[in-house]
Design a binder for this molecule. Structure first.
Ligand code: PEP
Length: 255
């Protein structure tokens, strides 16, 4: 099954409301044609509204980087799906490795977030990925299988139509190390196999699975040319016009 490519830019804890809007404007002006690639900008919470106001009406969409699973309550410092949606944001990254490993988010929490995002109408981009010691111990598939099984607990096959997955090997995030196309393809194929077991062939075939981990313009084609890699979740290279545009152009040039 042919799926359009998707490129999401994770700006992490960079750019406040003004700077983010300025950069989004630069992107909007310079990325008039996305060549059919879905492009999502994921600024920090405080910049969601200013970025949405800039890209509203263009091909660029907005995503948040995290959220809480409750609808309200005594959760100091947290933010709900509804608050995110109020800004015009349509997507939310969940289970990013920095959330898992720096902020100790468990699969159970991440699952609650996926459930809430779907109930609220936000499209989740659920990240999975192994640490270097897990890869070296030959545990990559085991880790990914657990993150998928636990992260997608209670999510129905029809809800899976809305879920986007991202395979992000932790050792490749922000390190300049990229998985080779062969390494990435092997895990993407494994994920499709796991989706087939958890759901069905149809779900396995129709789910978008992005790759993330030091994606740059010059490695985009090698990674995204494979039919099982539907796009890229990009950190560092999404924060500069030339490199982000280069990735979108390379993704759009893939037949
Ligand atoms: C990310 O933050 O999800 C990411 C993949 O970062 P980078 O592209 O910088 O490795």
């Amino acid at each position: 099954m042919k799926r359009n490519k998707m490129v999401a830019g994770n700006w992490k804890m960079h750019f406040g409301p003004s700077k983010a809007a300025e950069f989004a404007e630069e992107l909007r002006i310079n990325i008039l044609d996305t060549h059919g690639v879905s492009v999502i900008l994921c600024p920090p919470f405080l910049a969601l509204k200013t970025v949405f106001d800039v890209v509203n009406g263009s091909e660029l969409k907005v995503g948040a980087q995290n959220m809480h699973w409750e609808e309200s309550g005594a959760f100091t410092g947290e933010i709900t799906a509804a608050m995110i949606q109020e800004t015009g944001t349509e997507y939310v990254i969940l289970g990013h490795s920095e959330r898992r490993h720096v902020f100790a988010e468990s699969d159970e929490w991440i699952n609650k977030k996926v459930q809430r995002s779907l109930k609220s109408g936000l499209i989740p981009i659920l990240c999975v990925g192994e640490k270097i010691e897990e890869r070296e111990a030959g545990e990559t598939e085991q880790v990914i299988a657990r993150q998928l099984r636990d992260g997608l607990k209670g999510i129905s096959a029809s809800e899976m139509e809305t879920v986007i997955l991202a395979y992000e090997p932790v050792w490749a995030i922000g390190t300049g190390l990229t998985a080779t196309p062969e390494q990435a393809i092997a895990v993407h194929e494994f994920i499709r196999g796991a989706l087939k077991t958890l759901y069905s062939e149809a779900v396995a075939e129709s789910t978008w699975i992005l790759y993330g981990g030091s994606v740059k313009p010059d490695n985009t084609q090698g990674l995204l040319s494979n039919k099982d890699i539907d796009g890229a979740l990009v950190g560092g290279a999404s924060m500069k016009l030339d490199s982000f545009k280069g990735i979108i152009d390379a993704a759009g040039a893939i037949e």
